[in-house]
Design a protein around this ligand. Structure first.
Ligand code: AMP
Length: 205
């Protein structure tokens, strides 16, 4: 097995349910969920980096690549040191990163992507409705305004969707994002359980 983190990517437009699926997966032994949105939201809002995050996220824009990659590397390292993420045993489930082609390239030397779960929702209005509901429930300023939501969806199409072209198509698994969290989780696990099992057999051999 390579020294790179054995990784799967949760991929999809804002509102597709990456976070919900990530949290569910993270509760299963052997899966470690890491969301860069959550990473940024836990920053002190008065710190330089916290202010930078607010500046971008409040407009629905992405934080610049260099800062994002640096923060992500420090964050993974911290979780490893704390033994929360056990890189030899756990499959790293990345949610919200990489989000640009440049991030994908910068992460290549650190992660080995074993599979990509592409949560697909065909109805954009459904995504908008989900984001608005979540904004109210979680008090998230970035999703509270309709023009910010539209910008997030545009940024996804322009900057993030091309990330998929960076990977071998055999790694990409499309999963229907419409359904209850349990239904979607069932489909996600049908993809990921075999990947995790193959990783475990490599570790034990
Ligand atoms: P999310 O919860 O994943 O939608 O992320 C919320 C916000 O955090 C995004 O709108 C971006 O401003 C920022 N963010 C999260 N992940 C990244 C990333 N990989 N690259 C740049 N910005 C990010």
């Amino acid at each position: 097995m390579s020294d790179r983190y054995q990784t799967i990517l949760l991929f999809g437009a804002p509102g597709a349910g990456k976070g919900t699926q990530g949290v569910l997966l993270g509760s299963i032994p052997g899966f470690f969920h890491m969301s860069t949105g959550d990473m940024f939201r836990t920053l002190d809002h008065h710190s330089e980096i916290g202010k930078l995050f607010n500046q971008y996220s409040s407009k629905g824009e992405l934080v610049p690549d260099e800062v994002t990659i640096r923060m992500w590397r420090e964050y993974v390292h911290a979780q490893t040191v704390l033994s929360l993420y056990k890189s030899r045993e756990d499959l790293l489930c990345l949610d919200g990163i990489p989000r640009t082609v440049a991030q994908t390239k910068a992460m290549q030397e650190h992660i080995e992507v074993r599979g990509i779960v592409h949560l697909v929702a065909t109805d954009p209005e459904e995504m908008v409705a989900r984001l608005q509901k979540r904004a109210i429930e979680q008090k998230r300023a970035d999703d509270a305004k309709i023009d910010v939501i539209r910008n997030r969806l545009d940024v996804y199409e322009r900057e993030t969707r091309p990330v998929l072209d960076q990977f071998d198509p055999s790694l990409i698994h499309e999963v229907n994002a419409i359904g209850t969290p349990a239904e979607v989780l069932g489909s996600v696990l049908r993809v990921l359980a075999p990947i995790q099992a193959s990783m475990r057999s490599t570790v034990s051999s």
